[in-house]
Design a protein around this ligand. Structure first.
Ligand SMILES: *Cc1c(COP(=O)(O)O)cnc(C)c1O
Length: 430
């Protein structure tokens, strides 16, 4: 992807009203009204759980009262419930650069990754001497855990190898069966070059599986052009589908009928309502479905995706970089001297839609700083061991939000308000 030409880092607004002027000229400003955001709150955690789209609340109410309450079981046909995974999949396909019919929504990202890894492994010509699933140390733990479980179940045939993120493309070799990578690193926001890594995998004869959890709805993607065999991603982050929203899986169209589904459930059967004793996979992406789709949460995700129908992804990307550039520049200017260290790439071509700062030990390692910030109405999150993480979601964030967030962070650091015992107690979810 070409980095848009932006130089906001050297073009700091003089004051808050200069930020407001940027907001007034923002072509994406109208999308903020599509979200039900608590008054006065600055939400910099849409990369972890997207906020409530108004359309999702309306839809859930209608699905519960009319489709479920009144329609009952008839709604599988009458309300089109049975085809909802594919319809939601098609909406997601439009956001990730994939063709209609190549994505289905359902299950969690972890489960879809299990399916995708198996699908990719099944494509190796047999017998294969290739025994390595190659990934990087920046990958999200569940991805590594799923791969570890798959290797353990292989009885020693497969093993997981992780290398530094920068070394990934250069580490693919003749032993690599599958390269499994998360496009945007959840900790640092570093973004892999999708086309280059996929090319390296294919040049060495390996298959490519992308995890787009921090990319779908965050950055423009051209998944089909990469030629990657499979991809997965998350519904509750930038897509705003709600807590535990269904995830998605992509299989390259020419491979869909070649890969035996790893989880051969009845919803992936060619004719589930024939109730025959033997499994026969459906054609196309539908064979990646497993069990009965979760209609309530799929409906919420479907409504959340309606918001995206007329979003210009190039404009989204420009604003995402403008917001993260502004945040980084303001933190480095106004919070200088407290030892915060940017771990997100400054290079636009390598940055997703977040900014993370490592905290020194004398700021309590960062956890209490984030708790104090949340208490002050700015929600970001903390990622162990020492990261303050902030997501930039252009559909509802404004330049003034960035200005205000950094101002509150500065006050917390200057007054040491974070060093209150109530901010040090760790909650179960950070
Ligand atoms: C958020 C995230 C997940 C979440 O997986 P679930 O199974 O939905 O809990 C997986 N992988 C990555 C890279 C993520 O960022």
């Amino acid at each position: 992807m070409n980095a848009p030409d932006l130089s906001c880092a050297t073009d700091l607004p003089a004051d808050r009203s200069a930020c407001a002027a940027r907001d007034a000229a923002d072509p994406l400003a109208r999308f903020r009204a599509a979200f039900d955001l608590p008054e006065g709150l600055i939400y910099l955690d849409g990369n972890s759980l997207g906020p409530l789209p108004r359309a999702a609340a309306t839809r859930i109410e209608a699905v519960v009262r009319q489709e479920w309450g009144a329609g009952l079981i008839r709604s599988w046909n009458d309300a089109g419930w049975i085809d909802l995974p594919g319809r939601v999949g098609d909406r997601i396909a439009g956001l990730i650069g994939a063709a209609p019919g190549s994505v289905t929504a359902g299950d969690s990202t972890s489960i879809n990754l299990y399916k995708a890894l198996n699908a990719a492994l099944s494509l190796m010509p047999q017998p294969t001497g290739r025994s390595v699933i190659l990934s990087d140390t920046g990958n999200f733990p569940t991805d590594l855990y799923v791969a570890q479980g798959l290797c353990a179940a292989s009885g020693g045939r497969l093993h997981l190898r992780t290398v530094a993120p920068e070394a990934l493309a250069g580490s693919v070799d003749g032993d690599t069966a599958v390269v499994m990578a998360t496009h945007v690193d959840f900790r640092t926001g570093r973004m892999h070059d999708m086309q280059a890594v996929t090319r390296a995998a294919h040049a060495a004869g390996a298959a490519m599986v992308w995890d787009l959890a921090h990319s779908a709805g965050a950055v423009p993607l051209d998944l089909a052009a990469s030629g990657a065999e499979c991809a997965v991603g998350c519904g509750y982050k930038y897509l705003n589908g709600g807590p535990g929203a269904p995830a998605f899986i992509y299989v390259r169209p020419d491979l869909q009928d070649r890969v035996p589904p790893a989880l051969s459930g009845w919803m992936g059967h060619a004719a589930p309502f024939d109730f025959t004793p033997d499994y026969r996979p459906a054609a196309g992406i539908r064979r990646q479905q497993v069990g009965t789709p979760p209609i309530l949460s799929l409906s919420a995700l479907d409504a959340a995706l309606e918001v995206w129908a007329d979003v210009d992804m190039a404009a989204l990307r420009r604003k995402s970089l403008a917001l993260s550039d502004l945040f980084i520049a303001l933190v480095e200017r106004d919070c200088a001297g407290f030892g915060l260290r940017l771990v997100t790439p400054r290079d636009h071509g390598q940055r997703g839609s977040q900014a993370s700062f490592a905290c020194p030990a004398d700021l309590g390692g960062g956890y209490p700083v984030m708790q104090a910030l949340i208490d002050a109405g700015v929600i970001g999150d903390f990622r162990a061991p020492d990261l303050l993480r902030f997501g930039f979601t252009p559909l509802y964030l404004r330049h003034v939000d960035v200005w205000d967030a950094v101002d509150r962070l500065r006050q917390i650091l200057e007054t040491r308000r974070w060093d209150d015992p109530r901010f040090h107690a760790r909650a179960a979810v950070t």
